[in-house]
Design a protein around this ligand. Structure first.
Ligand code: ZN
Length: 319
């Protein structure tokens, strides 16, 4: 628990078997409110952890006054329906989170078509088709994971915290910044033990977002602030965020440079680059791997290091 002058932050930490290590969400106790920032996974481990943490601090679910979501991913919004079903309270998120949280059918249909196009343009064959098929099935089952309560768009300031838009990992990602206490509740912008992925996504209109470039800008935006402590969505609290951000930015440069060397060596499509760079991971983590490759290609193009040309519907990159 962290005590500040006008509030305290109570972490809810749930161990998980994956490389995320933990799922973190946070209670902020203020004079007249008890805010839940993020809501874990929709499972009993997270539910029990929330109940236990509330109980240890003398609260129940009924004392929570609102929920703030850092972004729309399933490991951050899981308990929203359970909480609001027994205790209706406002839920705040970035406006762009709404069609994703509501599993809006038109949006998800567009999203499937978007991925079919992008994988084709990157030259992905069977692996791309398989992923698109998976997304179709997920869309059909998706209404089960829709968030039921209304979502209120969060403003630029919320309960004494500055709300900073930090897209990249997710288009709708926001961080909560307390300027005088120099703390940041950051969703998945920064994680101590792994670099967070800038996942390829369309915007609401179906246009592809330059997610890695956005992620890089978001890291730079936070680097420019005075932040001493970051409360992340996974892993341990981050005590030296500036050093870690520098590290992450250097990691982006390194990966871009390696991809550029492969392009210089004559590998031209996103799919071939992904297979060569990631080897076995290409088949086991296809969508993540493609996000990384496409994102770094966007970056190399943005800084004028590579160019691309479309041949028979497939982008070919050259230096
Ligand atoms: Zn997460």
């Amino acid at each position: 628990m962290k005590d500040y002058a006008s509030y305290k932050i109570i972490p809810v930490i749930v161990d998980v078997a994956s490389n995320l290590k933990t799922i973190n969400f946070y209670l902020i106790k203020m004079e007249n409110s008890l805010v839940l920032v993020d809501a874990g996974l929709d499972n009993d481990d997270c539910w029990t952890a929330l109940q236990n943490t509330l109980c240890e601090n003398g609260f129940t679910v009924q004392d929570i006054t609102e929920i703030v979501l850092t972004h729309n991913h399933g490991d951050h919004v899981g308990l929203v329906n359970r909480i609001t079903a027994m205790h209706p309270i406002p839920v705040y998120a970035h406006g762009d989170a709404v069609p994703r949280l509501k599993r809006d059918h038109d949006f998800f249909r567009m999203r499937v078509a978007f991925f079919a196009d992008i994988y084709k343009q990157m030259g992905c064959g069977e692996a791309g088709n398989k992923q698109v098929e998976y997304l179709k099935q997920a869309m059909l089952k998706g209404s089960k994971s829709a968030i039921h309560p209304d979502i209120s768009p969060i403003g630029n300031n919320h309960l004494g915290f500055k709300v900073i838009h930090v897209p990249g990992h997710a288009e709708d990602q926001v961080a909560l910044y307390h300027e005088s206490d120099q703390i940041l509740i950051a969703g998945d912008l920064l994680i101590q033990h792994i670099s967070s992925n800038a996942l390829i996504e369309p915007d609401i209109t179906g246009k592809r977002l330059p997610t890695l470039i956005q992620h890089k800008h978001s890291l730079e935006k936070i680097y420019a602030l005075s932040v001493d402590l970051v409360f992340p969505g996974h892993g341990i609290l981050i005590n030296e965020p500036k050093a870690l951000i520098k590290n992450r930015l250097a990691g982006i440069e390194r990966k871009a440079e390696r991809l550029k060397i492969l392009i210089q060596g004559g590998i031209t499509t996103g799919d071939e680059l992904a297979k060569t760079y990631y080897k076995k991971l290409y088949s086991t983590q296809f969508s993540l791997v493609m996000s990384e490759v496409i994102g770094h290609l966007d970056y190399l193009e943005d800084v004028g290091q590579v160019k691309k040309e479309m041949l028979n519907g497939v982008w070919h990159y050259s230096v």
